[in-house]
Design a protein around this ligand. Sequence first.
Ligand code: SF4
Length: 159
Amino acid sequence: MTGKMNKILVSECLYGGRIVRYDGGMKEETHPEFLKWKGEGRLVPICPEVFGGLPTPRPDAQRSGDRIVNRAGQDVTEEFTKGAEEALRLAREEDVAFCIMKQSSPSCGSREIYDGTFTDTVISGQGLAVEMLRDAGFKVFAEEDMEEAIDWLAQIEGD
Ligand code: SF4
């Protein structure tokens, strides 16, 4: 590696260490390269929903058009928007090279999300934080795309 160490924004539930998921569970990523990056201090964790002011655990929420509504029927668009803006602010502040975000989440999903009907139906789409990050020009991978993320970093660093 030459030059500066490129940082990577990651979903905090993948990073681990703090319980942030709606169900109080964990989804720590165990790919050896992810753990190596973590040890190098490259990873910048953020949970948009917690930064948006939502508690853990919390009712699960889904995108429904331009709104985000939780299972209890409450509109949580404002909290999700605040959290997405915080993710973008942090990505810029830390000058991250790219992002690795948890698939299917209404905040962090990058290829698919639930359809807003709470019937376990997945559709093509992206979470609100990922949408804002991409609109601002950040590249986003899902945790299931680790090999692509590894290749991308190698390209950036000229390995
Ligand atoms: Fe993980 Fe993102 Fe959901 Fe937070 S909002 S628990 S970081 S998937």
